[in-house]
Design a protein around this ligand. Structure first.
Ligand code: NIG
Ligand code: FE
Length: 410
């Protein structure tokens, strides 16, 4: 027996697989794990003999077991915070006004450049541990507060190192095209060249990025600039994603689809045409209701249109200092229901099965299925809808990663 073998008993099982019961619920109370992968699920009395000899057991005490949550869009690594800007916004300044005046993302860039690796790692670790305690077993972390090659790579390395430090699976995404740094003010072309010709090749050569993202927006990068970034990513074999149509319709959804992006994220202002293009390309819509809530933007992404065209919907925290200081995955699910009109099941599928797709990890994680990684969360709830219903409750009883319980409770 290895440490990666485990029996989860007295559970109710929500696999989050499609085409079955709500939440992918299956009969039975036992999940058996072998070598870090799900080996069997069903009623205890039918547990195959060869799976009986397992030392480690976890009593779910009648609670629900789901796949571990996947937070597929975050900016967890950064210096400082933006609480003062929060005050300014409440005093009437807009997010765009603050950004155009040199605050916003650029104020976090100043703080990040001035932070040591240890300081960046320590603050990010605290945030990631909070997500982990709340059921997250995989997180995507973007750079984008360095805006110079060395600091972008530093952020990606810090992000990757968190996997070992915290035990949560980490995907790192290069977001060099997040804002134009002050030293390139007046030379946008020069900065985009730096991203394409130096940053992306350096990140690819160092093997520190799993994907490349860009912020397509009036206050950030034009569609043409984003397209150049995507082409550079493709030349290095890196998949792409896009912050698309968050504050205005920039044609971002269609642009992401045209470049075969894994996901287009935010999408509050996405057009019908863009949604159709996403459906054709299989691009996932990642909804980030924490940002809409925190920016007090009442614009709702075209959810009915995603459903009608069969665009898969993921939900994530967007945890970042400026537009979504949200350190709670279930709050993201709750806000997705309350602000965007998702059902609790859609929101939770969006944080598991579809979140995995947005990261290209759907064959490994995202649902409970025999052969997949045994990343799971045990919840003290009577019905899975409670996960999106309570606001701020600590519902996660235990998290298991590759078959190993994290034992937060002890
Ligand atoms: O996902 N939209 C761009 N990036 C972040 C915000 C970053 C910031 O304000 O620091 C987002 O909302
Ligand atoms: Fe973001």
């Amino acid at each position: 027996m290895t440490r990666h073998d485990l029996l989860v008993r007295n559970a109710r099982i929500a696999t989050m697989e499609a085409d079955g019961e709500a939440y992918g619920a299956v009969p039975g109370d036992t999940v058996a794990v072998r070598d870090g992968r799900v080996a069997w699920m069903g009623p205890a009395e039918r547990l195959p003999r060869e799976l009986h000899e397992v030392e480690a057991t976890l009593d779910a005490e009648g609670g629900w077991v789901t796949p571990g949550l996947i937070d597929c869009h975050t900016h967890i690594v950064f210096g400082g915070d933006r609480a003062r800007e929060f005050e300014q916004r409440l005093g009437g300044a807009s997010y765009e006004e603050i950004a155009r005046a040199g605050g916003g993302i650029l104020s976090t860039v100043r703080a990040t450049r001035a932070s040591s690796d240890d300081a960046l790692a320590a603050s990010a670790e605290a945030r990631l541990r909070t997500l982990a305690r709340r059921g997250v077993t995989t997180v995507e972390i973007k750079s984008g507060y360095g805006l110079e090659t060395q600091t972008e790579l530093r952020m990606l390395r810090v992000a990757r190192a968190l996997e070992e430090r915290v035990g949560v699976r980490v995907q790192a995404t290069l977001l060099g095209a997040h804002a134009i740094p002050p030293e390139f003010a007046g030379d946008r072309g020069g900065y985009v060249r730096l991203v394409c010709e130096e940053m992306i090749p350096a990140a690819a050569a160092a093997g520190v990025a799993d994907a490349v993202d860009a912020f397509g927006e009036g206050i950030a990068f034009t569609p043409e600039e984003c397209a150049r970034v995507f082409e550079a990513a493709r030349r290095r074999g890196l998949p792409v994603r896009l912050h698309a149509d968050q504050l205005s319709d920039q044609g971002g959804a269609a642009l992401a689809a045209a470049h075969g992006a894994r996901s287009a994220d935010h999408l509050e202002h996405a057009s019908e045409e863009g949604v159709r293009a996403m459906a054709g390309a299989g691009t996932v819509a990642v909804l980030l209701p924490g940002a809409a809530h925190f920016l007090r933007d009442a614009t709702v992404p075209p959810v009915a249109s995603f459903r009608a065209h069969g665009v898969a919907i993921a939900v994530a925290t967007d945890l970042n200092p400026g537009s979504s200081p949200l350190v709670d995955p279930l709050q993201a699910a709750s806000l997705a229901c309350l602000l965007f009109g998702l059902t609790p099941e859609e929101a939770l599928v969006g944080m598991t099965r579809i979140g995995a797709r947005a990261l290209g990890l759907e064959t490994e994680i995202g649902t409970l299925a025999v052969g997949k990684r045994a990343d799971l969360a045990v919840w003290a709830v009577d019905h899975p809808a409670e996960l999106a219903y309570w606001m701020g409750a600590e519902l996660c009883r235990e998290v298991v990663r590759s078959g190993r319980p994290a034992r937060f409770s002890s």
